[in-house]
Design a binder for this molecule. Sequence first.
Ligand code: NAD
Ligand code: TDX
Length: 345
Amino acid sequence: MNILITGGCGFIGSNFVRFLAHVRPAWKIVNYDKLTYAGNLENLADLAPGARYSFVRGDVCNRELVEHVLRAHEISAVVHLAAESHVDRSILDPHVFLSTNVLGTQVLLEAALRAQVSKFVQVSTDEVYGSLGETGAFTETSPLCPSSPYSASKAGADLLALSFYRTYGLPVSVTRCSNNYGRFQFPEKLIPLMIIQALGDQPLPVYGDGGNVRDWLHVEDHCEALLAVLERGRAGEIYNVGGEAERRNIDLVKQILAILGKPERLIKFVEDRPGHDRRYAIHAGKIGAELGWSPRRRLEEGLRETAGFYVDNPGWWRRVMSGEYRSYYESQVRGRLMGAGGSPT
Ligand code: NAD
Ligand code: TDX
Protein backbone atom coordinates (compact mmCIF):
# COMPACT_ATOMS: atom_id res chain seq x y z
CA MET A 1 0.00 0.00 0.00
CA ASN A 2 1.27 3.47 -0.90
CA ILE A 3 -0.62 5.86 1.30
CA LEU A 4 -0.96 9.63 1.18
CA ILE A 5 -1.56 11.29 4.55
CA THR A 6 -2.44 14.96 4.36
CA GLY A 7 -1.75 17.16 7.37
CA GLY A 8 0.79 14.67 8.69
CA CYS A 9 2.78 17.38 10.48
CA GLY A 10 -0.14 18.43 12.67
CA PHE A 11 -1.28 16.92 15.95
CA ILE A 12 -3.37 13.94 14.85
CA GLY A 13 -1.50 13.58 11.54
CA SER A 14 1.92 13.20 13.15
CA ASN A 15 0.58 10.68 15.65
CA PHE A 16 -1.04 8.76 12.77
CA VAL A 17 2.09 8.78 10.59
CA ARG A 18 4.19 7.45 13.49
CA PHE A 19 1.56 4.85 14.39
CA LEU A 20 1.24 3.63 10.80
CA ALA A 21 5.01 3.44 10.28
CA HIS A 22 5.08 1.20 13.35
CA VAL A 23 2.12 -1.10 12.68
CA ARG A 24 2.37 -1.30 8.86
CA PRO A 25 6.14 -1.18 8.27
CA ALA A 26 5.83 -2.48 4.71
CA TRP A 27 3.65 0.42 3.59
CA LYS A 28 5.03 3.47 1.86
CA ILE A 29 3.82 6.66 3.59
CA VAL A 30 3.79 10.04 1.89
CA ASN A 31 3.09 12.96 4.23
CA TYR A 32 1.71 15.99 2.35
CA ASP A 33 1.53 19.15 4.46
CA LYS A 34 1.67 22.89 3.89
CA LEU A 35 3.38 23.54 7.25
CA THR A 36 0.98 26.24 8.39
CA TYR A 37 1.39 27.62 11.91
CA ALA A 38 0.03 24.24 13.13
CA GLY A 39 2.33 22.03 11.06
CA ASN A 40 5.67 21.15 12.61
CA LEU A 41 8.36 18.87 11.18
CA GLU A 42 9.70 18.48 14.69
CA ASN A 43 6.62 16.37 15.54
CA LEU A 44 8.13 13.61 13.37
CA ALA A 45 11.81 14.22 14.10
CA ASP A 46 12.15 10.55 15.12
CA LEU A 47 11.05 9.32 11.68
CA ALA A 48 13.81 9.40 9.08
CA PRO A 49 12.74 10.06 5.47
CA GLY A 50 13.63 7.13 3.22
CA ALA A 51 12.05 4.49 0.99
CA ARG A 52 9.13 3.96 3.39
CA TYR A 53 8.47 7.54 4.48
CA SER A 54 8.64 10.81 2.59
CA PHE A 55 7.51 14.35 3.22
CA VAL A 56 6.23 16.76 0.58
CA ARG A 57 5.57 20.37 1.49
CA GLY A 58 2.45 21.49 -0.33
CA ASP A 59 -0.98 23.01 -0.13
CA VAL A 60 -4.01 20.75 -0.61
CA CYS A 61 -5.42 23.53 -2.79
CA ASN A 62 -2.50 23.15 -5.25
CA ARG A 63 -4.10 20.94 -7.89
CA GLU A 64 -0.97 20.40 -10.01
CA LEU A 65 1.20 19.40 -7.07
CA VAL A 66 -1.45 17.15 -5.53
CA GLU A 67 -1.95 15.32 -8.83
CA HIS A 68 1.79 15.04 -9.36
CA VAL A 69 2.33 13.55 -5.90
CA LEU A 70 -0.43 10.98 -6.33
CA ARG A 71 1.04 9.93 -9.68
CA ALA A 72 4.73 10.04 -8.77
CA HIS A 73 4.22 7.97 -5.60
CA GLU A 74 1.61 5.64 -7.15
CA ILE A 75 -0.73 6.41 -4.26
CA SER A 76 -3.38 3.75 -3.61
CA ALA A 77 -5.15 5.26 -0.58
CA VAL A 78 -5.62 8.67 1.02
CA VAL A 79 -6.24 9.64 4.65
CA HIS A 80 -7.20 13.30 4.56
CA LEU A 81 -6.42 15.12 7.80
CA ALA A 82 -5.12 18.48 6.55
CA ALA A 83 -7.38 21.28 7.74
CA GLU A 84 -7.63 24.52 9.56
CA SER A 85 -8.75 23.02 12.86
CA HIS A 86 -9.28 25.70 15.51
CA VAL A 87 -12.82 26.93 16.15
CA ASP A 88 -11.77 30.27 17.68
CA ARG A 89 -9.61 31.10 14.66
CA SER A 90 -12.53 30.33 12.34
CA ILE A 91 -14.61 32.89 14.20
CA LEU A 92 -11.89 35.50 13.68
CA ASP A 93 -11.25 34.73 9.99
CA PRO A 94 -13.42 32.13 8.21
CA HIS A 95 -11.89 32.54 4.74
CA VAL A 96 -8.95 30.15 5.00
CA PHE A 97 -11.25 27.55 6.60
CA LEU A 98 -13.43 27.49 3.51
CA SER A 99 -10.47 27.48 1.20
CA THR A 100 -8.46 24.68 2.87
CA ASN A 101 -11.26 22.57 4.33
CA VAL A 102 -13.75 22.70 1.47
CA LEU A 103 -11.85 23.57 -1.71
CA GLY A 104 -8.74 21.66 -0.63
CA THR A 105 -10.90 18.58 -0.06
CA GLN A 106 -12.41 18.99 -3.52
CA VAL A 107 -8.93 19.11 -5.09
CA LEU A 108 -7.92 15.93 -3.27
CA LEU A 109 -11.13 14.10 -4.13
CA GLU A 110 -10.73 14.86 -7.83
CA ALA A 111 -7.09 13.79 -7.80
CA ALA A 112 -7.94 10.61 -5.88
CA LEU A 113 -10.65 9.78 -8.38
CA ARG A 114 -8.22 10.22 -11.27
CA ALA A 115 -5.64 8.06 -9.50
CA GLN A 116 -8.31 5.37 -8.87
CA VAL A 117 -7.38 4.97 -5.22
CA SER A 118 -8.89 2.04 -3.33
CA LYS A 119 -9.89 4.13 -0.30
CA PHE A 120 -10.29 7.80 0.69
CA VAL A 121 -10.79 8.46 4.40
CA GLN A 122 -12.24 11.88 5.12
CA VAL A 123 -11.34 12.72 8.73
CA SER A 124 -14.09 14.85 10.16
CA THR A 125 -15.54 15.86 13.50
CA ASP A 126 -18.54 15.47 15.78
CA GLU A 127 -18.88 19.27 15.61
CA VAL A 128 -20.74 18.92 12.30
CA TYR A 129 -23.76 17.70 14.31
CA GLY A 130 -23.96 20.89 16.39
CA SER A 131 -24.86 20.92 20.05
CA LEU A 132 -26.71 18.47 22.32
CA GLY A 133 -28.90 19.07 25.36
CA GLU A 134 -28.23 17.35 28.67
CA THR A 135 -28.89 13.85 27.34
CA GLY A 136 -28.48 11.79 24.19
CA ALA A 137 -25.59 11.27 21.80
CA PHE A 138 -24.84 11.85 18.12
CA THR A 139 -25.33 8.93 15.77
CA GLU A 140 -24.22 8.81 12.14
CA THR A 141 -27.75 9.79 11.10
CA SER A 142 -28.05 12.82 13.37
CA PRO A 143 -28.83 15.94 11.34
CA LEU A 144 -25.95 18.25 10.45
CA CYS A 145 -26.23 21.52 12.34
CA PRO A 146 -22.78 23.15 12.53
CA SER A 147 -22.38 26.24 14.71
CA SER A 148 -19.00 27.70 13.72
CA PRO A 149 -17.39 28.52 10.37
CA TYR A 150 -14.95 25.67 11.18
CA SER A 151 -17.65 23.05 11.68
CA ALA A 152 -19.65 24.36 8.72
CA SER A 153 -16.56 23.96 6.52
CA LYS A 154 -16.06 20.40 7.78
CA ALA A 155 -19.72 19.56 7.16
CA GLY A 156 -19.36 20.94 3.62
CA ALA A 157 -16.26 18.83 3.03
CA ASP A 158 -18.00 15.69 4.34
CA LEU A 159 -20.97 16.17 2.04
CA LEU A 160 -18.68 16.75 -0.91
CA ALA A 161 -16.71 13.59 -0.10
CA LEU A 162 -19.91 11.53 0.17
CA SER A 163 -21.14 13.01 -3.11
CA PHE A 164 -17.98 11.68 -4.80
CA TYR A 165 -18.97 8.20 -3.65
CA ARG A 166 -22.56 8.52 -4.91
CA THR A 167 -21.75 10.30 -8.16
CA TYR A 168 -18.43 8.78 -9.20
CA GLY A 169 -18.11 5.67 -7.03
CA LEU A 170 -14.98 6.95 -5.26
CA PRO A 171 -14.59 4.64 -2.22
CA VAL A 172 -14.93 7.30 0.47
CA SER A 173 -15.46 6.65 4.19
CA VAL A 174 -16.04 9.55 6.59
CA THR A 175 -14.97 9.46 10.25
CA ARG A 176 -16.40 11.85 12.83
CA CYS A 177 -14.56 11.86 16.12
CA SER A 178 -14.80 13.74 19.36
CA ASN A 179 -12.11 15.98 20.92
CA ASN A 180 -8.67 14.41 20.67
CA TYR A 181 -5.92 14.83 23.22
CA GLY A 182 -2.37 13.54 23.55
CA ARG A 183 1.23 14.28 22.59
CA PHE A 184 2.09 17.07 20.14
CA GLN A 185 -1.25 18.88 20.33
CA PHE A 186 -0.90 22.54 19.37
CA PRO A 187 -1.10 24.75 22.50
CA GLU A 188 -4.11 26.76 21.28
CA LYS A 189 -6.40 23.81 22.16
CA LEU A 190 -7.95 23.44 25.64
CA ILE A 191 -5.84 20.68 27.22
CA PRO A 192 -2.32 21.78 26.18
CA LEU A 193 -3.19 25.44 26.75
CA MET A 194 -4.32 24.70 30.31
CA ILE A 195 -1.26 22.54 31.01
CA ILE A 196 1.16 25.19 29.76
CA GLN A 197 -0.61 28.05 31.58
CA ALA A 198 -0.59 26.02 34.80
CA LEU A 199 3.09 25.10 34.43
CA GLY A 200 3.89 28.82 34.29
CA ASP A 201 1.52 29.64 37.20
CA GLN A 202 -0.51 31.72 34.74
CA PRO A 203 -4.34 32.08 34.78
CA LEU A 204 -6.39 29.40 33.01
CA PRO A 205 -9.08 31.01 30.78
CA VAL A 206 -12.31 28.97 31.01
CA TYR A 207 -15.02 30.14 28.62
CA GLY A 208 -18.47 31.04 29.95
CA ASP A 209 -19.51 29.08 33.04
CA GLY A 210 -17.24 26.12 32.27
CA GLY A 211 -20.29 23.85 32.00
CA ASN A 212 -19.76 22.94 28.34
CA VAL A 213 -19.22 19.23 27.88
CA ARG A 214 -16.77 17.54 25.53
CA ASP A 215 -16.05 13.85 24.95
CA TRP A 216 -12.30 13.17 25.06
CA LEU A 217 -10.63 10.66 22.75
CA HIS A 218 -6.97 9.69 23.16
CA VAL A 219 -5.22 10.37 19.86
CA GLU A 220 -3.77 6.84 19.80
CA ASP A 221 -7.25 5.34 20.09
CA HIS A 222 -8.23 7.61 17.21
CA CYS A 223 -5.28 6.33 15.14
CA GLU A 224 -6.46 2.75 15.66
CA ALA A 225 -9.96 3.74 14.55
CA LEU A 226 -8.61 5.43 11.41
CA LEU A 227 -6.65 2.32 10.47
CA ALA A 228 -9.73 0.14 10.97
CA VAL A 229 -11.78 2.40 8.71
CA LEU A 230 -8.99 2.62 6.15
CA GLU A 231 -8.63 -1.15 5.91
CA ARG A 232 -12.15 -2.38 6.56
CA GLY A 233 -14.58 0.55 6.52
CA ARG A 234 -17.36 0.36 3.96
CA ALA A 235 -17.37 2.84 1.10
CA GLY A 236 -20.05 5.52 1.32
CA GLU A 237 -20.37 5.10 5.10
CA ILE A 238 -19.85 7.42 8.06
CA TYR A 239 -18.27 6.17 11.30
CA ASN A 240 -18.52 8.05 14.59
CA VAL A 241 -15.49 7.68 16.86
CA GLY A 242 -15.85 8.55 20.55
CA GLY A 243 -13.75 8.33 23.69
CA GLU A 244 -16.46 7.36 26.22
CA ALA A 245 -15.13 10.18 28.41
CA GLU A 246 -17.58 13.06 28.69
CA ARG A 247 -16.42 15.82 31.00
CA ARG A 248 -17.50 19.37 31.82
CA ASN A 249 -14.66 21.72 30.87
CA ILE A 250 -14.39 23.01 34.42
CA ASP A 251 -13.99 19.49 35.83
CA LEU A 252 -11.36 18.64 33.23
CA VAL A 253 -9.41 21.81 34.01
CA LYS A 254 -9.55 21.06 37.74
CA GLN A 255 -8.27 17.57 37.02
CA ILE A 256 -5.32 19.00 35.07
CA LEU A 257 -4.49 21.31 37.98
CA ALA A 258 -4.64 18.38 40.41
CA ILE A 259 -2.28 16.31 38.21
CA LEU A 260 0.19 19.20 38.09
CA GLY A 261 -0.19 20.02 41.79
CA LYS A 262 -1.36 23.57 41.02
CA PRO A 263 -4.09 25.55 42.86
CA GLU A 264 -7.63 25.99 41.52
CA ARG A 265 -7.36 29.73 42.12
CA LEU A 266 -5.53 29.89 38.75
CA ILE A 267 -8.88 29.31 37.00
CA LYS A 268 -10.33 32.46 35.46
CA PHE A 269 -13.78 32.51 33.86
CA VAL A 270 -13.67 34.64 30.70
CA GLU A 271 -16.09 35.82 28.04
CA ASP A 272 -17.76 32.92 26.26
CA ARG A 273 -16.98 31.78 22.70
CA PRO A 274 -19.69 33.02 20.31
CA GLY A 275 -21.90 30.14 19.18
CA HIS A 276 -20.27 27.89 21.78
CA ASP A 277 -21.73 24.37 21.50
CA ARG A 278 -22.93 23.23 24.92
CA ARG A 279 -22.42 19.51 24.76
CA TYR A 280 -21.00 16.82 22.45
CA ALA A 281 -21.43 13.09 22.99
CA ILE A 282 -20.80 10.30 20.53
CA HIS A 283 -22.61 7.05 19.95
CA ALA A 284 -19.84 4.88 18.50
CA GLY A 285 -21.82 1.63 18.24
CA LYS A 286 -21.46 1.35 14.46
CA ILE A 287 -17.66 1.25 14.35
CA GLY A 288 -17.76 -1.12 17.31
CA ALA A 289 -20.20 -3.53 15.70
CA GLU A 290 -18.78 -3.41 12.16
CA LEU A 291 -15.05 -2.99 12.74
CA GLY A 292 -14.57 -4.15 16.32
CA TRP A 293 -13.11 -0.84 17.45
CA SER A 294 -13.62 0.73 20.86
CA PRO A 295 -11.49 3.20 22.85
CA ARG A 296 -8.91 1.51 25.08
CA ARG A 297 -7.27 4.38 26.95
CA ARG A 298 -8.79 5.86 30.09
CA LEU A 299 -8.94 9.65 30.33
CA GLU A 300 -7.33 9.85 33.78
CA GLU A 301 -4.28 7.88 32.62
CA GLY A 302 -4.15 9.64 29.25
CA LEU A 303 -4.29 13.07 30.87
CA ARG A 304 -1.46 12.21 33.23
CA GLU A 305 0.66 10.95 30.33
CA THR A 306 -0.20 14.02 28.22
CA ALA A 307 0.68 16.40 31.06
CA GLY A 308 3.95 14.47 31.37
CA PHE A 309 4.71 15.10 27.70
CA TYR A 310 4.40 18.89 28.15
CA VAL A 311 6.37 18.79 31.42
CA ASP A 312 9.16 16.80 29.76
CA ASN A 313 9.28 18.75 26.49
CA PRO A 314 9.33 22.47 27.30
CA GLY A 315 11.71 23.00 24.35
CA TRP A 316 9.04 21.70 21.93
CA TRP A 317 6.21 23.94 23.10
CA ARG A 318 8.43 26.96 23.75
CA ARG A 319 9.60 26.79 20.13
CA VAL A 320 5.99 26.42 18.95
CA MET A 321 4.98 29.40 21.06
CA SER A 322 7.81 31.59 19.80
CA GLY A 323 6.58 31.55 16.19
CA GLU A 324 3.39 32.84 14.57
CA TYR A 325 1.44 31.62 17.60
CA ARG A 326 2.93 34.30 19.88
CA SER A 327 0.80 37.13 18.46
CA TYR A 328 -2.36 34.96 18.50
CA TYR A 329 -1.62 34.06 22.13
CA GLU A 330 -1.07 37.67 23.11
CA SER A 331 -4.24 38.99 21.49
CA GLN A 332 -6.58 36.05 22.07
CA VAL A 333 -5.50 34.24 25.23
CA ARG A 334 -4.06 37.19 27.15
CA GLY A 335 -6.64 39.49 25.56
CA ARG A 336 -9.48 37.29 26.83
CA LEU A 337 -7.92 37.11 30.26
CA MET A 338 -7.83 40.90 30.35
CA GLY A 339 -11.43 41.00 29.12
CA ALA A 340 -10.49 42.24 25.67
CA GLY A 341 -10.10 39.18 23.43
CA GLY A 342 -12.42 37.34 21.13
CA SER A 343 -13.46 40.02 18.67
CA PRO A 344 -12.64 39.82 14.94
CA THR A 345 -9.35 41.43 13.95
P1 NAD B 1 -3.78 20.53 13.39
O1 NAD B 1 -4.25 21.94 13.25
O2 NAD B 1 -2.94 20.15 14.55
O3 NAD B 1 -2.98 20.11 12.06
C1 NAD B 1 -3.43 20.43 10.77
C2 NAD B 1 -2.32 20.12 9.79
O4 NAD B 1 -2.80 20.40 8.47
C3 NAD B 1 -1.06 20.96 10.00
O5 NAD B 1 0.09 20.16 9.91
C4 NAD B 1 -1.12 21.96 8.85
O6 NAD B 1 0.16 22.39 8.42
C5 NAD B 1 -1.84 21.17 7.78
N1 NAD B 1 -2.53 22.03 6.81
C6 NAD B 1 -3.37 23.07 7.09
N2 NAD B 1 -3.78 23.65 5.95
C7 NAD B 1 -3.21 22.96 4.92
C8 NAD B 1 -3.26 23.06 3.52
N3 NAD B 1 -3.97 24.04 2.92
N4 NAD B 1 -2.58 22.18 2.78
C9 NAD B 1 -1.83 21.20 3.37
N5 NAD B 1 -1.73 21.07 4.69
C10 NAD B 1 -2.41 21.93 5.48
O7 NAD B 1 -5.10 19.66 13.32
P2 NAD B 1 -5.48 18.31 14.08
O8 NAD B 1 -6.02 18.64 15.41
O9 NAD B 1 -4.36 17.36 13.97
O10 NAD B 1 -6.70 17.81 13.18
C11 NAD B 1 -6.49 16.97 12.06
C12 NAD B 1 -7.83 16.68 11.41
O11 NAD B 1 -8.71 16.05 12.34
C13 NAD B 1 -8.57 17.92 10.90
O12 NAD B 1 -9.19 17.58 9.69
C14 NAD B 1 -9.60 18.21 11.98
O13 NAD B 1 -10.73 18.84 11.44
C15 NAD B 1 -9.92 16.79 12.44
N6 NAD B 1 -10.38 16.70 13.84
C16 NAD B 1 -9.60 17.12 14.86
C17 NAD B 1 -10.03 16.98 16.18
C18 NAD B 1 -9.20 17.41 17.36
O14 NAD B 1 -9.67 17.27 18.49
N7 NAD B 1 -7.99 17.87 17.19
C19 NAD B 1 -11.29 16.41 16.43
C20 NAD B 1 -12.08 16.03 15.35
C21 NAD B 1 -11.61 16.15 14.06
O1 TDX C 1 -9.02 28.74 26.29
C1 TDX C 1 -9.98 27.96 26.15
N1 TDX C 1 -10.94 27.91 27.13
C2 TDX C 1 -12.04 27.11 27.05
O2 TDX C 1 -12.87 27.11 27.95
C3 TDX C 1 -10.13 27.11 25.00
C4 TDX C 1 -9.11 27.14 23.90
C5 TDX C 1 -11.24 26.32 24.94
N2 TDX C 1 -12.18 26.32 25.91
C6 TDX C 1 -13.35 25.44 25.79
C7 TDX C 1 -14.10 25.52 24.48
C8 TDX C 1 -14.62 24.11 24.31
O3 TDX C 1 -15.83 23.94 25.01
O4 TDX C 1 -12.85 24.10 25.85
C9 TDX C 1 -13.55 23.23 24.95
C10 TDX C 1 -12.56 22.65 23.95
O5 TDX C 1 -12.10 23.71 23.14
P1 TDX C 1 -11.08 23.46 21.93
O6 TDX C 1 -9.85 22.80 22.46
O7 TDX C 1 -10.92 24.75 21.21
O8 TDX C 1 -11.84 22.36 21.08
P2 TDX C 1 -13.28 22.38 20.38
O9 TDX C 1 -13.75 23.75 20.08
O10 TDX C 1 -14.19 21.50 21.20
O11 TDX C 1 -12.90 21.66 18.99
C11 TDX C 1 -11.98 20.54 18.98
O12 TDX C 1 -12.66 19.34 18.87
C12 TDX C 1 -13.31 19.08 17.65
C13 TDX C 1 -10.97 20.68 17.83
O13 TDX C 1 -10.29 21.92 17.95
C14 TDX C 1 -11.63 20.55 16.50
O14 TDX C 1 -10.66 20.53 15.47
C15 TDX C 1 -12.39 19.28 16.46
O15 TDX C 1 -13.12 19.18 15.29
